[in-house]
Design a protein around this ligand. Structure first.
Ligand SMILES: O=C1C[C@@](O)(C(=O)O)C[C@@H](O)[C@@H]1O
Length: 174
C-alpha cells in the first residue's frame, strides 16, 4: 500500500462508480435557512458542486431532493441496480428514517450519512424528555457532519476510495 499521501491522491478513480445523493425534507430550502449552520449555498448550487466534485473524481453522481419519504423510497428502489453507493442527508426525517434505512439495506449498497450541521448539537438542544437520535447512523458506512457542503465532499472522496479498495481486494483474491 502506498502511504505517500499527496493531494494528487484525490485523482480520478479508475472505476466509473455511480453515487446516488439524496437530500431529504427541507433541504430544498437551502440558501434560505440559518446561515450560521448552512451558509448561503442553495440546493441547485449544492447539486452542481457535488456533480463537479464527482467529475473531478471520475465518477457519476445521480441526485434527488425530496420532501416526501415515499418519493425517496421509490427512488432508491428504482436506482438500486445502477447505483454503487449512496450519500444521504436525511435532514428532517433522520429520527424516523426506518423505511429509508431498510430500503438501503435491501439495495445491498453502502450509504454515507451526511449533514451540513452538527446534529448532536441539534439534539442536545431538544427537550430533555425527548431522546433524539438518527435512525440511520447505526447501519451507515460513515457519518460526516458539521462541515457544511464539505461534508458531502468528505463523504464522496471517502466512499470512492473505499469502493476502489474493495474492488482491488476482490480482484486480488481471485
Ligand atoms: O434539516 C436538517 C438538516 C441537517 O440534516 C443538516 O444537513 O445539517 C441537520 C438536521 O438536524 C436538520 O433537521
Amino acid at each position: 500500500m502506498n502511504i505517500n499521501a499527496t493531494l494528487s491522491d484525490l485523482r480520478l478513480s479508475s472505476n466509473n462508480w455511480v453515487i446516488g445523493i439524496i437530500d431529504g425534507p427541507n433541504m430544498s430550502t437551502l440558501g434560505r435557512r440559518d446561515a450560521s449552520k448552512y451558509g448561503t449555498i442553495n440546493r441547485d448550487e449544492l447539486d452542481q458542486l457535488n456533480k463537479n466534485w464527482g467529475a473531478a473524481l471520475g465518477i457519476t453522481i445521480e441526485s434527488l431532493v425530496a420532501n416526501l419519504d415515499g418519493d425517496i423510497l421509490d427512488w432508491i428502489h428504482t436506482k438500486k441496480r445502477t447505483v454503487d453507493a449512496w450519500i444521504i442527508n436525511p435532514a428532517g426525517m433522520q429520527t424516523y428514517a426506518e423505511g429509508i434505512r431498510e430500503a438501503f439495506e435491501m439495495s445491498g449498497k453502502p450509504y454515507a450519512e451526511t449533514h451540513f450541521a452538527n446534529t448532536v448539537n441539534h439534539f442536545a438542544k431538544a427537550s430533555p424528555h425527548t431522546r433524539l437520535e438518527s435512525g440511520m447512523t447505526s447501519q451507515a458506512l460513515s457519518l460526516t457532519m458539521g462541515l457544511r457542503q464539505y461534508s458531502y465532499l468528505a463523504s464522496l472522496v471517502g466512499l470512492v476510495r473505499c469502493l476502489d479498495a474493495r474492488f482491488n481486494d476482490d480482484h486480488q483474491n481471485r
